[in-house]
Design a binder for this molecule. Structure first.
Ligand code: PMP
Length: 285
């Protein structure tokens, strides 16, 4: 049996959830999206995700055809209709149907799409052993191009970075910004631990303002850690005691090898493990 998908203004069967080939989201990657977790049947950090969605839409002059409370209700309805308990929501706003030219102002009937499904994204073993990451040549979006804080449907730059990571045998790629500082991973934010202090690049270094990042910073501070947002270099990552990534899909995951260097002891460290544990306690509370 297929899923129930929210399309436009209501739920439809999966096979009927189709969009036009003239939708500029397909033709140009013109639209915005969110990836959101469901824990215990509850939408995780719903408001924070929606704030980011509306801000992304504002920056690309995209009208969202629903108010925030309507959109929340639509997501809840989609989660309930698919009986999602531990899952993932993909929320998409498309630019709508236009002609073959770029002009977004000619587009009509932009669609809200909500997909909710039960998922287990990564094997547990990867969390226990830690992952291998690599520096990738594709540079994170320049702040004067489509701003890196916009979670747009145009992910080609990050897709290229992901290709580079996979082709060099790593699970994730570390992306740098145009000035050579660490920006983020292809779909996650980056943290290091050094002498008991936690560091992460500021959002202005070219990362997405990750919701998991926000939560982990709060939880770490609650545990008494000092969290410093500062520009980080390759050097900082190589010599870190611990390196970990945060994101909706990956949650909190240790990275134990980078560019052929062993990070820390070569297994996920105590701070990574503690924050992963605290993250789940919070998510399931
Ligand atoms: N950076 C990028 C480029 C991402 O796509 C994501 C995942 N949405 C993240 C960081 C992590 O953000 P979040 O914790 O909100 O999932």
């Amino acid at each position: 049996m297929g899923l129930k998908i929210w399309l436009g203004d209501g739920l439809v069967d999966q096979q009927d959830a189709v969009v036009s080939v003239f939708d500029h989201s397909l033709l140009y990657g013109d639209g915005v999206f969110e990836g959101i977790r469901v824990y215990n049947g509850k939408i995780f950090e719903c408001e924070a995700h929606l704030v980011r969605l509306y801000e992304s839409a504002k920056v690309i002059c995209l009208p969202v055809p629903m108010e925030i409370d309507e959109l929340t209700a639509a997501m809840e309805q989609t989660v309930a209709a698919n009986d999602v308990k531990e899952g993932y929501i993909r929320l998409i706003v498309t630019r709508g149907i236009g002609d073959l030219g770029l002009n977004p102002f000619l587009c009509k009937d932009g669609k809200i799409i909500i997909i909710a499904d039960n998922v287990q994204l990564y094997p547990e073993e990867l969390y226990e052993k830690g992952m291998k990451v690599t520096s990738v040549p594709s540079v994170r979006n320049h702040p004067m191009s489509c701003p890196p804080q916009v979670k747009s449907l145009n992910y080609l730059n990050n897709v290229l970075a992901k290709i580079e990571a996979i082709q060099s045998g790593a699970g994730e790629g570390i992306m740098y910004n145009h000035t050579g500082y660490v920006a983020e991973a292809t779909g996650d934010n980056v943290f290091i631990v050094r002498n008991g202090v936690i560091y992460t690049p500021p959002v202005q270094a070219g990362s997405l303002d990750g919701i998991t990042r926000q939560v982990v910073i709060r939880l770490a501070e609650k545990e008494g850690f000092k969290v410093v947002e500062k520009d980080l270099t390759r050097f900082d990552l190589y010599v870190a005691d611990e390196l970990f990534l945060t994101g909706t899909a990956a949650e909190v995951i240790g990275a134990v090898e980078m560019d052929g260097r062993t990070i820390g002891t070569g297994t996920p460290g105590p701070v990574t493990k503690l924050l992963r544990e605290k993250f789940f306690e919070y998510a399931r509370s």
